[in-house]
Structures are given as structure tokens and as C-alpha cells.
Ligand binder design. Structure first.
Ligand SMILES: [Zn+2]
Length: 428
């Protein structure tokens, strides 16, 4: 098993590929990263998502354990690499058996997403290396979107798309949420919802630090819309299958509440004429325990703190401090050098150590950064500063629950360690 799979599985705490047949033997849940939903009809199969490229062969095996019928439709819940790249073994089979190529359904914004990924391929990989640092996703092992099957049925705007297969009707809806290209599917006959990443069984992935804008309010409204279906099953983008009307309604309603909450409270504070820092810290103070402690809202990947940022930036520009000093700021190393003229590097390091010992890790980081950014200090001092920062970041990473936050902190640690090594080499 690759390091990526092991890392993902160990972090997200699930056994690999636990498949489950449900809804009178018409559907199969394949737990992958992200999950795959299979619907079986007399005329063939529907695949709702096809997981990571890396997981393709195992997803293929699981699908074939469930049914040997040809695949008629592949649906991209959205265009993220963990949902639409595991197609290779299926295409191989289609070629071998001389079957018709399946229809691929996606939203029009998914096409734009693929174009954007092609344009920003190297940048994407650079961000993956940081966001997925702990599981070693790099260019060779991960998936740039290139080679994804091109959609053949493209959902425009907010259109609803309905199609029939094997005597069943399927409904596809578009709603913005984690992405602007999400489509979710409902199978009315068996009351099954296929949500993609509109449901990830933990705090919604909104405001991810490396990623573009997400849509809290639209997302909450999508959950409300799904609740209107009174489904018996919900197959999420990540996490286990939800079974039973009550469980489905519960997870939808608590997720909707959390999204309405973060959206409405940030909006309220924007209308009170507050700047980001005040909004952010007030929002931390008012975060209700019912969300904080809820098993479906744990910050495994997404995080409430990220969500505050996301709602703010949806409605406000980049000038977010209200302090004109920050309008055209000087370089941080120039600022630090000036501060070091006032107080010596040693004083800053000592102060940072005191803060660290007091458990004020974040403040300690800001103080030690003056020495690091100032960089005119002796290599001995700089090594001291690096070492202290490594200690603080490690401690913070240890305490963090969010996979993304953890990885950003850990990336900082490895970069500082490399710099320390380099400095020591120069010094010796
Ligand atoms: Zn996903």
C-alpha cells in the first residue's frame, strides 16, 4: 500500500475500501478517498465519482465484485483530483470488451476547473506538497488533472438534469458549496442521496488556506434542499455511509446549521463595521459547543477558523486591517531589521522563550520571527531562533486536529530544519 493511502487512512481513521451493498442490492458504497457510489440497473451501472487515480485499480475490483454489468454513466460530483481520476482500469475493460464509452456527466464549471488546473499545473503541485506534506503527495505520485475523461453531458447553471436507466429515474442538481462545480444526485426509487464533498462527515472544507473561495450560504441551502428529499441513505464524498432517515436528516441539519452560523455571524459583524481581526477573534469566542463537540463537525480536514476567513473574503477585499500602514507594506525583513536596531536578537529570543514556556505559542512565534526575518544577526543567533521556532511549530502541530493546519505547520518545521542544516554547513 502506498504511503499516500496509508497516510490518508491513518489520518482519517478508516479501514481501506470497506464496501457495502445497500438499498435492496441496487447500490454499493465503496469507501475510498473520495468515496465511490455505484448504482446497478438491468441496463448497466452508474458510477458516482471514481476516486483518486491511485485508487482506480482497487475501486475497479470492488465494482466488479458487485456487478459485471457495463458502466453507462460516470458522474463527477466535482472536479477535484480525489473524485474523478480513477478511470483507467474501467477504460481498459471497455476497450477489451468493446463496450460503448460511458456518458460522463459534470457541471459546466468543472470544465473551467480542468482548464484552470492545466494552466496552473505546477502551482497546484507546489501547493499539494505543502497541504499533503505528511502523506508525501508530490508530482509523480499525485494527480494533476491532466488526462481526466472529458464530460459528455454538461449541466448548465442551475439546471436540473434527469435521466433514466434500467427503469429508474435519477435526478442531478447543481449547488455551490465546497466548489462551484458540485452536482449531487438523488435516486428517488430507493431514496438515496449521493452528495460528493457537499458532505464530508466532518467540518465542511471551507476556507482551505491554499484554495479558492467556497460558498457557505449556498452550501447550507443545498443541505436544506437535500433534507427536503427525506432520503433513507446518504453517500458522502468522504466518511461512512449514512443509513436511516433520522441519521441522514441529522447529519444534513447539523452541517447546515454550522454553515448558516459561520456565514450569518460574519455577515452580522461586517455590517457592524468591524475589521477582520476583530471578527475572527469574536467568532472564536462565540463558537457554540454544540458544533465544537459534534462528531460530524470535527475539524479533521476543514476547520471553523478557516471558514471565518472564507466568508469574510467572499464579501470583503484584501484590505482587511483598517490600518493604512498595511495598505502598501514594507518588506517584512526590512521591518524586522529596524526592530532589531531597537532591541537585540538575544532579547527577542529570550522573550519568545518566556512566551513559549508560558504556553503562548502564537505570540512566541511572532516574537521569534523578528529575529528570523531580520536575518542580519549572527548565524549562531539565527540557529537559536530556528531551533526555537521548530520547537513551537512541532508543539502546535501536535495539538492541531485539522489535517491541513497540521501539514502547514509541519512544512514549516522541515523548511526550518533544512535552513539550519545549511547554516551549520556554512558556519563549519
Ligand atoms: Zn474530496
Amino acid at each position: 500500500m502506498s504511503k499516500i493511502i496509508e497516510g490518508m487512512e491513518s489520518f482519517f481513521g478508516r479501514g481501506a475500501f470497506e464496501s457495502k451493498i445497500f438499498a435492496d442490492n441496487t447500490c454499493c458504497f465503496i469507501g475510498a478517498f473520495g468515496n465511490v457510489g455505484v448504482v446497478k440497473t438491468d441496463e448497466g451501472l452508474i458510477l458516482y465519482d471514481i476516486a483518486l487515480r491511485l485508487f482506480g485499480p482497487r475501486v475497479f475490483q470492488e465494482v466488479r465484485k458487485f456487478s459485471d454489468k457495463p458502466i453507462k454513466y460516470i458522474i463527477y460530483s466535482h472536479g477535484h483530483f480525489d473524485h474523478c481520476l480513477g478511470y483507467a482500469p474501467f477504460m481498459e475493460e471497455i476497450k477489451q470488451k468493446d463496450w460503448e464509452t460511458p456518458q460522463v456527466i459534470a457541471h459546466e464549471n468543472c470544465i473551467r476547473r480542468f482548464e484552470k488546473y492545466r494552466m496552473l499545473n505546477k502551482h497546484q503541485i507546489w501547493t499539494y506538497k505543502q497541504q499533503f506534506a505528511s502523506v508525501g503527495v508530490t508530482m509523480s505520485s499525485t494527480e494533476s488533472i491532466s488526462g481526466a475523461l472529458d464530460p459528455t453531458i454538461i449541466i448548465q447553471g442551475n439546471d436540473t438534469y434527469k435521466f433514466n436507466l434500467g427503469g429508474y429515474e435519477f435526478e442531478i442538481y447543481h449547488d455551490k458549496g465546497e466548489t462551484d462545480d458540485s452536482i449531487w444526485m438523488y435516486f428517488p426509487e430507493k431514496k438515496v442521496l449521493f452528495t460528493g464533498d457537499l458532505m464530508v462527515s466532518s467540518y465542511p472544507n471551507i476556507g482551505s488556506p491554499f484554495r479558492v473561495q467556497r460558498y457557505a450560504k449556498d452550501w447550507a441551502l443545498a443541505m436544506d434542499k437535500m433534507m427536503g428529499k427525506n432520503a433513507e441513505y446518504l453517500l458522502p464524498g468522504h466518511g461512512p455511509l449514512f443509513e436511516g432517515k433520522k441519521n441522514v436528516q441529522d447529519v444534513l441539519s447539523i452541517t447546515a446549521d454550522a454553515l448558516h452560523f459561520v456565514h450569518d455571524e460574519v455577515v452580522k459583524r461586517l455590517n457592524e463595521g468591524k475589521w477582520f481581526e476583530q471578527i475572527y477573534h469574536e467568532m472564536l469566542a462565540i463558537y457554540p459547543d454544540k458544533f465544537k463537540n459534534h462528531p460530524f463537525l470535527q475539524p479533521r480536514y476543514g476547520d471553523y477558523r478557516f471558514a471565518i476567513n472564507d466568508v469574510y473574503r467572499l464579501y470583503h477585499g484584501w484590505y482587511n486591517t483598517g490600518n493604512p500602514t498595511n495598505l502598501f507594506p514594507a518588506k517584512s525583513d526590512e521591518i524586522a531589521r529596524e526592530l532589531l536596531k531597537i532591541g537585540g536578537a538575544k532579547d527577542y529570543i529570550n522573550r519568545a522563550k518566556i512566551l513559549y514556556d508560558d504556553g503562548k505559542f502564537q505570540l512566541a512565534l511572532h516574537v521569534v520571527d523578528v529575529v528570523i526575518n531580520g536575518s542580519t544577526v549572527t548565524s549562531e543567533r539565527l540557529i537559536d531562533a530556528y531551533k526555537l521556532k521548530v520547537r513551537i511549530l512541532k508543539q502546535k502541530a501536535e495539538e492541531e486536529e485539522s489535517f491541513i493546519a497540521k501539514n502547514i505547520l509541519k512544512t514549516g518545521v522541515s523548511q526550518l530544519k533544512a535552513k539550519t542544516k545549511e547554516l551549520k554547513k556554512k558556519r563549519d
